[in-house]
Ligand binder design. Structure first.
Ligand SMILES: NC(=O)c1ccc[n+]([C@@H]2O[C@H](COP(=O)([O-])OP(=O)(O)OC[C@H]3O[C@@H](n4cnc5c(N)ncnc54)[C@H](O)[C@@H]3O)[C@@H](O)[C@H]2O)c1
Length: 432
């Protein structure tokens, strides 16, 4: 079993740390956030992720998982050090590599000879070499430290399950022996293993996320077209999905994609294409279409209240970028709520998991309400923006008694339109 260091205890780093400890490795996870480290050391999980608490508890009890403040403490006497720090979007669309560079410079002086630094964060083509250079310049040069790319494909909400049952593991390294060493960490998972060059591994991650974004953009466009021609996109998606070449996944229309990955990764790939003067109209169209989809949801709400948002009170169900996560980063719901406020509406929102503090920091003026019925009290209508399962089961008679206009705008197609209409509501979905 290997000694592993993890730099960054966020969605990816914490999941990687807990899962590798579960697989029997000895893991030290370092984060700059001292509060987070203190909480984690007590077995208190700062993010909502199914199964993570159990694995962290197991790791702490067995002694195979430790948390420390800072990157250095997680990097001494390690066989592998995984970089799991943020790579946010910078102003020109490119991935901001400053966190990665800072982390690499911090760990360089303390790495043992032979340690493999693994780029787990989503990093653009060329990053394996960039990290190697930063390590060498910061003092690891004479100690034969190697760098490999090993992008992560987990989905928030099912991160543990995805990590332990990956569709594939991708490892990119110029040195085959190093790639094989990294692959050994995952051997017991029995997943398909792609060992390739660094640039191809880095490209796999961006191409995969961009492809999924295009798929969402495509079904959203089909949904919008269905609205004009009287087709039901749910039926259309079902008929398409049975085709194994297409599949059912990512064929659910909605308010547009969001989250911490798709928006920034599509922007970064687009930036890469521009930097080599390669026209990539499908990707450009997807990015522009996604923003337009957010606006289309605002227009639906506006139409549902009779064309004028000023002076209206809108109840919002759901703020996170998708269900089963507490992550608000780049959430379409926040954008749409902000636009409704900007048009003069009063906006009251309820979300089962989102942090009130983070939601208010993103959308000043938003009112946060503690349950899904109270949020409707005195509101004109309700707009469903995140597909939390609990919204399916609400008592619609009760909701109707609280709203002044009996109208639901269901931006996730979560509810059954016939059942909603039977209760006397006006129902607006996406593409049906
Ligand atoms: N969130 C996802 O679903 C997902 C999936 C696949 C890949 N990724 C990629 O993984 C990377 C991390 O994403 P995330 O969502 O886990 O981010 P996150 O913001 O949740 O976590 C990053 C953590 O790194 C810590 N950190 C920053 N600099 C540090 C340093 N120098 N030393 C120690 N800790 C440091 C931060 O305090 C934070 O806790 C990104 O590149 C992202 O694109 C994310």
């Amino acid at each position: 079993m290997s000694r592993v260091g993890i730099i960054g205890a966020g969605y990816v780093g914490l999941t990687t740390a807990a899962c590798l400890a579960h697989l029997g490795h000895s893991v030290v996870c370092g984060d700059v956030d001292a509060d987070r480290v203190a909480r984690l050391s007590r077995g208190d999980i700062p993010i909502l992720e199914e199964g993570l608490l159990e694995l962290v508890t197991e790791g702490l009890r067995s002694g195979r998982l430790q948390f420390v403040v800072g990157a250095e403490g997680a990097s001494r006497r390690r066989d592998f050090v995984f970089l799991c720090v943020p790579t946010p979007q910078s102003d020109n669309g490119a991935a901001d590599m400053s966190y990665v560079e800072a982390a690499a410079a911090q760990i360089a002086p303390v790495l043992d000879p032979g340690t493999v630094v693994v780029n787990k964060s989503t990093m653009p083509v060329g990053s394996t070499r960039l990290v190697q250079r930063v390590l060498e310049e910061a003092g690891a040069g004479s100690r034969e430290v190697r760098v490999a790319s090993n992008p992560e494909f987990l989905r928030e909400g099912t991160a543990v399950r995805d990590f332990l049952n990956p569709d594939r593991v991708v490892i990119g390294c110029d040195d085959t022996a190093t790639a094989v060493r990294v692959s050994e960490l995952y051997r017991t998972l029995g997943a398909a293993m792609l060992v390739t060059d660094p640039a191809s591994a880095e490209m796999v991650k961006y191409a995969s996320n961009a492809f999924l974004a295009v798929k969402i953009g495509f079904i959203n466009a089909v949904a919008n077209l269905c609205e004009s021609v009287g087709a039901d996109v749910r039926e259309v998606a079902l008929g398409m999905g049975y085709d194994k070449r297409i599949g059912f996944e990512f064929l659910r229309p909605g308010p547009g994609y969001g989250g911490s990955c798709f928006p920034k990764d599509t922007a970064a790939l687009n930036h890469l294409a521009e930097s080599v003067e390669f026209p990539f109209p499908i990707l450009e169209g997807t990015i522009a279409g996604n923003r337009a989809q957010y606006e289309r949801m605002v227009a639906k709400v506006k139409a549902a209240v009779g064309g004028e948002l000023a002076g209206r009170t809108i109840a919002v169900w759901g703020l996170t970028f998708k269900a089963n996560t507490d992550d608000l980063r780049e959430s379409p719901a926040l954008y749409i709520a902000g636009r409704l406020l900007a048009e003069g509406a009063r906006v009251r929102a309820y979300d089962p998991a989102a942090s009130t503090e983070k939601a208010l920091a993103s959308v000043p003026g938003l009112e946060i309400v503690v349950d899904g019925y109270s949020v409707c009290d005195g509101a004109d209508l309700v707009v469903l923006l995140t597909e939390w399962d609990e919204f399916r089961w609400y008592d619609l008679d009760k909701v109707a008694s609280l709203l002044t206009v009996k109208s639901i705008v269901d931006c996730r197609n979560l509810l059954d339109p016939a059942a909603v209409r039977r209760k006397g509501f006006q129902y607006t979905g996406v593409g049906r």
